[in-house]
Design a protein around this ligand. Structure first.
Ligand code: GLU
Length: 421
């Protein structure tokens, strides 16, 4: 999927922080605070040579951004995508900071991405790229230092190769060096479904606070990747009606409901949703503008912009993707009274279960799926309520409220370490 305005992701993140700072006295009255949190501290660029199956060496570039280290160790996702760029990785590292703080986990914040379309690589080339990445990086990461995880187009198998390479390089089995691994190598039960399940728990809680429920709501989902498809399954089980769904090129519509099992089968055979048996076909982006009760952008950044925000025809947007709405579009949606449940709250539950995984790896003692689910639910209810009540207190939308909740925690950690007064 070609994303538009991707170069603006970093500026968008800064604008969101600015908006929240303008509402929050501690930042509004002290410009240094905004300055301190609106840039990442370190950005690294590395080129990885990989011997391809045809015998030619191809070089892949990756970026790594560390936003803030007030709460160590660093925690971040690795993205494999052809549109990865420096500004995007900087923005994602900043959003990661606010996510970890809004759900209150003791981790620092960063992000990494490789410019690659993994669909064009053989399995052998993908493994070489993943291991090569770790060889360039291993001196800077580790369970107590810096812990990567999956993001767009990276998965448990890739995390397992990376953990294996890291363990070989440091001569020590280190399951806590990467999270999002397969169960056999120390995965926390729940990790695969965590981002979507967490987002749906947030949605349920916000609806409950508004005396509403999921049952009977019509849903549109942009991008049936891991998060989008899992969300579709969970919502169907809660009696919501999935009417629109897309992959990275095509969208489909069925006014009664779409059969999620069939979509899952198509996806697992690497086929497009266009081959669905009984649906109207449209362009992937058009799904965003269709009438529904709840719209779930689950793709990449900058999908809802000034250009299409006026056409959005929904009541609630649950941001499962990072940064799908630009600040200009946010203002338009706000005027239309569309409630946006922001990414830093809605999609932060993958990293929460990553954190659980790391804790379990470090203890070498594993919790049951029920125990993890309960811990997740407790944390989500607390975070969703904190953001909701902050939005009432500051008379703001949920995004600025989520930033304010996060900023309070970030500045408190920075104060304790003597970085700010
Ligand atoms: N990549 C995911 C995110 O952006 C998860 C990161 C993690 O599990 O540490 O939230």
């Amino acid at each position: 999927m070609k994303t538009e305005n991707i170069q603006d992701a970093f500026e968008n993140a800064r604008k969101q922080i600015r908006q929240a700072c303008d509402l929050y006295d501690e930042c509004r009255l002290d410009e240094n605070k905004y300055e301190l949190i609106s840039y990442p501290r370190r950005i690294l660029e590395v080129n990885i040579p990989v011997m391809m199956d045809n015998g030619k060496i191809k070089t892949f570039t990756w970026f790594r951004s560390q936003h803030n280290d007030a709460r160590w160790p660093f925690k971040w996702g690795i993205r494999f995508h052809q549109d990865v760029n420096r500004e995007e990785v900087k923005a994602l590292s900043m959003w990661m900071s606010f996510k970890c703080a809004v759900i209150d986990i003791p981790l620092g914040w960063g992000k990494g991405g490789i410019i690659v379309n993994p669909k064009e690589l053989s399995e052998n080339e993908l493994e070489k790229l993943s291991r090569g990445y770790v060889r360039e990086l291993y001196k800077y990461i580790g369970p107590e230092q810096d812990v990567p995880a999956p993001d767009v187009n990276t998965n448990p198998k890739i995390m397992s190769w990376m953990m294996d390479e890291y363990s070989l390089l440091v001569w020590k089995y280190s399951p806590g060096s990467f999270t999002g691994k397969p169960l056999s190598s120390g995965w926390s039960a729940w990790r695969a479904a965590a981002t979507a399940q967490g987002g749906i728990y947030v949605l349920e809680e916000i609806l409950r606070l508004n005396n509403d429920e999921i049952k009977g709501k019509t849903i549109a989902i942009q991008w049936a990747g891991n998060a989008g498809l899992t969300a579709a399954k969970i919502l169907s089980n809660l009696w919501a009606i999935i009417v629109w769904i897309s992959d990275s090129k095509w969208g489909i519509y069925n006014k009664s409901w779409l059969k999620i099992d069939e979509i899952e089968n198509l996806k697992s055979q690497r086929k497009s949703v266009i081959e669905y048996s009984d649906a109207e076909i449209l362009w992937e982006k058009e799904v965003l503008e269709k009438e529904c009760d709840i719209l779930i952008p689950a793709a990449l950044e900058n999908q809802i912009t000034e250009g299409n925000a006026g056409k959005i025809n929904t009541k609630i947007i649950l941001e499962l993707a990072n940064g799908p709405i630009t600040p200009e579009a946010d203002a338009i949606l706000n005027n239309k009274n569309i409630m946006v449940i922001p990414d830093i709250l809605a999609n932060s539950w993958g990293v929460m279960v990553s954190y659980f995984e790391q804790v379990q790896n470090n203890m070498n003692f594993y919790w049951s799926a029920e125990e993890i689910d309960q811990r997740l639910k407790d944390k989500i209810t607390t975070a969703a309520n904190a953001v909701y009540s902050t939005s009432k207190e500051y008379k703001s939308h949920l995004r600025s409220a989520a930033y304010i909740v996060s900023m309070k925690r970030i500045f408190s950690a920075m104060k304790d370490r003597g970085e700010v007064s």
